[in-house]
Design a protein around this ligand. Structure first.
Ligand code: PEP
Ligand code: MG
Length: 589
């Protein structure tokens, strides 16, 4: 029966495909398709993983001391039994044979199906066996990690990359080759990054806000996504057909042929619109009254430079370097590794400027999945520059790496979340020290411009002081809104209050832009507001001349720029600043 689930629209477009339900995010597995000729080998690999665990459990049983509690022996029995469970064994075979999933993916898919059945059991004891099953599967996965797949996961675009542009007719016809969409309770930003190379055509998560980092990464992947869909991961079943409408924030489960045809049509329209926008790629971003506008890209990884160039970006306005630090089980990248990554981004941009932001972990960007931030309120805790300044040696490792990369092209160094002049001074002192350390070992490095993120209201209110110390500013509206309105940006329960058009937010943004213009220093916006076409004219009217956004948004924003008369928009924007309800006047003039 068809039903729909409402969430928040975070990454545009329509995806139609079969649901893949992600299991516990503790089990990190790669998803790729194998060739039909590799089915036997893949089944064998899964069986070997299982056999190895069986041996391990039997050994544990044999070595068990006589005085060991009897529950322990019983537990091992249960695990051994679960290991041989027909449903698990046959299910894994099915996903490998019929769907050509790699063994790890087959295993976690089947685990999810069985887990759901456990959840529905009346009997408490049986229900609790779900945890045992998870442990068993985790053990198998651990063993399989040591056994290389005969089928290497594809390096980039996988075979049969699930296409967002699936046709309704195709869906109604056969299912074996259908695109896949991932449905999960939650995905960390690091999870999302892992999925960047994967087979999924769309994402749905139960939790998350529009500017949560998970949503931001989804947007950077340029595939439809809906977050904050509450209980989607409970309501959708493995293999259900789903439509993700990333524009409306709606997920339609088990759609009828008529609904599929309608969405198939909309998919084609979107594709045509994108092709039309591609023609603007080489058109200079200039308003009707001849104001040149800088359209920059936000990137998460050095390899994203290609997407930035393809979208016609004038440079990188925000390289979120923290993604190099995530999912590494606490082992942070050393100077050499960071240098190579920054250099790759700089060289990838072929002479265009690259703004590298120093690491901004914390709050909804944990270093590692499963890592529990013990601070009472992580968004107000030791994150971003506070984290860097708390460990100056680590901070300088990053600064040295960035300075060295600057020898290969224009680099701008950006610091997140500054709020105090004392922090500014400490930060700049660390930059001087990093240069001195490079001098001491005669290492080559380049000149960098220094900039501050304006993302704490205190920073916006003291913009004059900030401009004394920095060459440029970048307004991080995602956090600025969060902190000005006291709304957790990742919490879907208060997402309706997260308002970029709140008069207080507009006032802060307007004042920073105006002060930068007065002092002749560059001010950019690099929060999600910059990539929202509904905001382009307003920001132009407020005097903004530099926008940084996900590459996928650049051409749509450019279209708005080309149609705008910045001078006329100036007067209108000033009126809007004084309005009680700016959102109501956003459409004019
Ligand atoms: C912001 O806060 O607007 C920003 C660009 O930084 P991030 O989204 O990474 O916190
Ligand atoms: Mg921020």
């Amino acid at each position: 029966m068809t039903f729909s689930i409402h969430g928040l629209a975070v990454a545009r477009g329509i995806a139609i495909g079969r649901a893949v339900l992600a299991v516990s995010s503790r089990m990190e597995v790669v998803h790729y398709f194998i060739e039909p000729g590799q089915v036997e080998a893949e089944i064998l690999r899964a069986r070997r993983g299982r056999d190895a665990v069986a041996e391990e459990l039997q050994r544990l049983q044999a070595d068990m001391p006589h005085d060991a509690p009897p529950e322990l022996a019983a537990l091992l029995d249960v695990h051994l039994m679960l290991l041989q469970d027909e449903m698990l064994v046959n299910g894994v075979k099915h996903w490998i044979t019929d769907r050509l999933y790699n063994a790890e993916w087959a295993l976690t898919t089947q685990l999810e199906i069985i887990s759901r059945q456990f959840d529905e059991m009346e009997d408490d004891y049986l229900r609790e066996r779900k945890a045992d099953l998870e442990q068993v599967v985790e053990r198998i996965l651990r063993h399989m990690r040591g056994v290389a797949s005969p089928v290497a996961p594809p390096p980039s675009a996988p075979r049969r990359q699930a296409e967002a542009g699936a046709e309704a007719e195709f869906l109604l016809g056969g299912a074996a080759d259908a695109p896949l969409v991932l449905v999960a309770h939650d995905l960390s930003p690091a999870d999302m990054l892992q999925f960047k190379q994967s087979v999924f055509a769309g994402f749905v998560t139960d939790v998350g806000g529009k500017t949560s980092h998970t949503a931001i990464v989804a947007r950077s992947m340029d595939i439809p996504a809906v977050v904050g869909a509450r209980s989607a991961s409970q309501l959708v079943r493995q293999d259900d057909w789903v439509i993700i409408d990333g524009d409306a924030g709606v997920v339609i489960v088990d759609p009828t042929p008529i609904i599929l045809a309608e969405y198939g049509f909309r998919q084609r329209q979107i594709t045509l619109e994108r092709e039309r926008l591609m023609r603007l790629r080489h058109t200079p971003a200039v308003t009707l009254d001849a104001q040149a506008i800088e359209l920059l890209a936000n990137i998460e990884q050095p390899g994203d430079a290609g997407a930035a160039l393809r979208a016609g970006a004038a440079g990188v306005g925000l390289f979120r370097s923290e993604f190099l630090f995530m999912g590494r089980s606490g082992r942070l990248p050393d100077e050499e590794e960071q240098y190579r990554a920054y250099r790759e981004a700089v060289e990838g941009m072929q002479g265009l400027p690259v703004t590298i932001r120093t690491v901004d972990v914390g709050a909804d960007k944990p270093l590692d999945k499963g890592y529990k931030d013990s601070s009472l309120n992580p968004a107000l805790g030791l994150r971003a520059i506070r984290w860097s300044l708390a460990d100056p040696a680590m901070f300088r490792t990053q600064l040295r790496a960035v300075l060295r990369a600057a020898a290969h092209g224009p680099v701008r160094l950006l610091f997140p979340m500054l709020a105090h002049v004392s922090e500014i001074r400490q930060t700049l002192a660390q930059v001087d020290l990093a240069r001195a350390e490079l001098d001491a070992r005669s290492a080559a490095y380049g000149a960098v411009q220094l900039g501050a993120m304006i993302e704490v209201p205190a920073a916006a209110l003291m913009v004059r002081q900030f401009l004394r110390y920095f060459d440029f500013l970048s307004i991080g509206t995602n956090d600025l809104i969060q902190y000005a309105l006291a709304i957790d940006r990742a919490d879907e329960a208060v997402a309706h209050l997260y308002d970029p058009l709140h008069p207080a937010v507009l006032r802060l943004v307007a004042d920073v832009i105006a002060e930068g213009a007065r002092q002749g220093k560059s001010v950019s916006v690099c929060g999600e507001m910059a990539g929202d076409v509904a905001m382009t004219r307003l920001l132009l009217g407020l005097g903004l001349r530099s926008f940084s956004m996900q590459p996928a948004q650049i051409l749509a924003v450019k279209q708005e720029v080309l149609r705008a008369d910045a001078r006329k928009l100036g007067e209108w924007a000033q009126q809007l600043l004084d309005a009680d309800d700016p959102a109501a006047s956003l459409q004019a003039p």
